[in-house]
Unconditional design. Structure first.
Length: 197
């Protein structure tokens, strides 16, 4: 038998008993709903609804609760238990790595700068940086734009909540990736379009 840990995937989603009873008690009224087989397992099911008129969406938007349609947030107890399990698993992984490489010290703690650096590296790679010499860089300009926009969201949402060094790092990285994006899009726009096939 192998020493490798075995993983078990568990569906952690919960379904409210009231909703389940309500769904079972309501008879299906449309042909689309009748075509969907019902499963008694309680697992995910495909639900097909008839399109609603736009006026119903406007009424629903005014009266809807903010968390409607989202899964319930974990309880404080669930979050604590999950974090403890995560920390224990990360510690076991770290011990396995150190056993293979005793000279490696403990990894430094993860900081806000690491998060910003991760976005920076991702954006630059998406814009073709880091390509092997002599190879044509692979550019994912739309992916780079998304990563840059994520950095902008991070800057907006953390505004006023960062140290001076963290704020400066984020502003500098955002400036650098935007400048690289502008240069790249300028180069792309100057190239002639490929011939139609």
């Amino acid at each position: 038998m192998s020493d490798k840990p075995k993983f078990e995937v568990i569906d952690r989603r919960k379904m409210k008993a009231e909703e389940e009873q309500e769904n079972q008690q309501q008879p299906s009224t449309t042909a689309k709903e009748e075509a969907v087989p019902e499963h008694s397992s309680g697992g995910p099911r495909l639900v097909v609804n008839e399109p609603k008129p736009a006026s119903e969406f406007a009424d629903a938007a005014e009266t809807a609760e903010p968390d409607e349609g989202l899964p319930a947030a974990p309880t404080a107890q669930e979050s604590r238990e999950q974090k403890a399990a995560y920390d224990a698993s990360a510690q076991r992984l770290e011990e396995m790595v150190r056993a293979q490489n005793p000279a490696a010290g403990a990894p430094p703690p993860i900081t806000f700068e690491n998060l910003v650096q991760q976005f920076y590296v991702s954006a630059m790679i998406q814009m073709g940086a880091g390509a092997q010499e002599g190879q044509r860089p692979r550019v994912d300009i739309l992916g780079a734009r998304t990563t840059i926009d994520l950095l902008a969201v991070l800057a907006e949402k953390t505004s006023g909540n960062l140290t001076e060094a963290e704020s400066q790092t984020l502003e500098t990285v955002l400036f650098e990736v935007r400048m690289a994006f502008l240069e790249l899009t300028r180069m792309i726009s100057m190239q002639p379009p490929p011939p139609p096939r």
